[in-house]
Design a protein around this ligand. Structure first.
Ligand code: GUN
Length: 297
């Protein structure tokens, strides 16, 4: 029987553990502050940031949302970043990706104070992750690691194939899983658009993690019997629904379920974990910046 990991339930456990940290910070008169910055009006991004703000509200965090028009100049965004870097009530913030084409996202990342970079995307934080001393683990990779831990799947000694080499998921996740530490010690293969015979790499894996942003790219024929399948993809595809679309993962669930021993659904798998780990990083940032010791889960 295939075991379906309930990401909502695991995320709820993380949030409940984090609540104790939020209480400890409150005892020291500290309310963790998280700002989200959105440039333009990409519908998916709007949904993501509004969910992040709702999470803040539910956890008793100080959520601040800054919206800039799609035509905003890079300098306007840099000013916003400077303000957030200097704001003592904001312990962490993120600029939602993608930004409009006339803005260089790498330059944006370089301007974020690394101590407030709760995405973990600043080059200094990327360097620390690769070096094995992460300050903030990027939220989706950290969420995948927590999901595996909650499902009692230890990557140690396992062959893991990650499909997708993005800076947000694939690359940091590969680094996390190969680290010589709990939750790591895997042998990691990363597939991408130039990979020859991707199916051979996924079939050879104990754990397949799809994070490529291509609807249902990985199907059951590409999996070995009993594989663990983690689907990071959230793709809107046209459908005859009220909204005109439905969400599907990077894994073709029907065929994969027949082969997998463990699988994550879309929605309700990795997505809720990403949001929970953003709260985690914000609480961590608040503790560090305010000099309050907290017992993070
Ligand atoms: N766009 C999609 N995922 C993310 C994320 O985790 N952080 C930011 N800043 N933008 C994103």
């Amino acid at each position: 029987m295939t075991r379906v990991i309930d990401g909502n339930a695991v995320a709820e456990d993380v949030r409940s553990d984090l609540s104790a940290c939020v209480d400890s910070l409150a005892d020291a008169d500290v309310v963790p502050g998280l700002a989200t910055v959105l440039v333009g009006n990409d519908p998916a991004s709007e949904t993501y940031v509004s969910m992040k703000q709702r999470d803040c509200e539910e956890m008793g965090l100080n959520g601040v949302h800054v919206e800039l028009e799609a035509e905003a100049s890079p300098e306007e965004l840099y000013d916003t970043i400077e303000d957030l870097n200097a704001d003592p009530e904001i312990h962490g913030y993120l600029v939602q990706d993608p930004v409009p084409d006339h803005i260089d996202y790498d330059e944006v990342l370089r301007r974020i104070d690394p101590a407030k970079d709760v995405d973990g995307f600043h080059p200094a934080n990327v360097g620390r992750l690769v070096g094995g001393n992460p300050r903030f683990k990027p939220c989706t990779p950290h969420g995948v690691q927590k999901l595996l831990e909650a499902a009692e799947i230890d990557p140690e000694g396992k062959d893991v194939t990650i499909v997708g080499r993005s800076s947000i998921v694939g690359k940091p996740l590969a680094n996390l899983l190969l680290q010589k530490t709990d939750g790591g010690n895997a042998t990691v293969t990363v597939c991408h658009s130039r990979t020859v015979d991707m199916a051979a790499k996924t079939r050879g894996a104990d754990i397949v993690i799809a994070a490529v942003g291509v609807p249902e790219l990985v199907d059951g024929s590409m999996l070995s019997e009993g594989a663990v399948v983690i689907d990071v993809g959230v793709n809107r595809v046209e459908a005859d629904t009220e909204k005109g679309y439905e969400l599907v993962g990077d894994v073709e669930y029907e065929s994969a379920e027949g082969k997998a021993s463990v699988i994550t659904p879309v929605p309700g798998g990795v997505g809720p974990m990403t949001r929970a780990m953003l709260l985690y990083n914000t609480v961590k940032a608040a503790g560090e910046q305010e000099g309050v010791t907290i017992d993070l889960p």
